[in-house]
Design a protein around this ligand. Structure first.
Ligand code: RP5
Length: 164
């Protein structure tokens, strides 16, 4: 199976990416995770993106906060699908990173998930890989069914409480 490549701009973004890694692990998807910054280590970020396809990656996730140029910089150097996670920093509640990540110019797409959306970034990467992988598609279906069952259990508990 192709790997998911995860890049974050700083180790301060790691709590958000841990959720992505946990989600990928639960689906048995191999991944690599690195700290490369568009601004502080631009050569490493570029090299990782430029060699990602030949290194066995199928999708890349890039997470950054503040002036979040990492996903765009990664996307500029590969035609693999790139998923951007805008990370919330201490100022502006993540709107700075959201706009920096989502507003890509035509020609260089970044599929941007919600602010701090580590879980959905992992699930979207899984869904992309599952296009060519029926076994992974089945695991995603099972996860959806399990998630739905948990909601219905909570509804049943609520109904029981309200009817007392
Ligand atoms: C961004 O700046 C990083 O992605 C991080 O979200 C933010 C702050 O970085 P640190 O100062 O915590 O290293 O590049």
């Amino acid at each position: 199976m192709k790997k998911v490549g995860i890049v974050m701009g700083s180790d301060s973004d790691l709590p958000i990416l841990r959720k992505a890694m946990d989600t990928l692990s639960a689906l048995d998807i191999p991944y690599e995770c690195h700290i490369y910054s568009a601004h502080r280590t631009p050569e490493q970020a570029r090299d990782f993106a430029a060699s990602a396809r030949e290194n066995g990656f199928g999708v890349l996730i890039a997470a950054a906060g503040m002036a979040a140029h990492l996903a765009g910089a990664i996307a500029a150097n590969t035609t693999l699908p790139v998923i951007g996670i805008p990370c919330k920093s201490t100022c502006l509640d993540g709107m700075d990173a959201l706009l920096s990540t989502v507003m890509m110019p035509p020609g260089i797409p970044v599929a941007t998930v919600a602010i701090n959306g580590g879980v959905n970034a992992a699930l979207l990467s899984a869904q992309i890989l599952a296009v060519e992988d029926p076994a992974l598609a089945a695991r995603l279906d099972a996860k959806r069914a399990g998630d739905a069952a948990k909601v219905l259990q909570k509804d049943a508990a609520l109904q029981a409480e309200l009817s007392r």
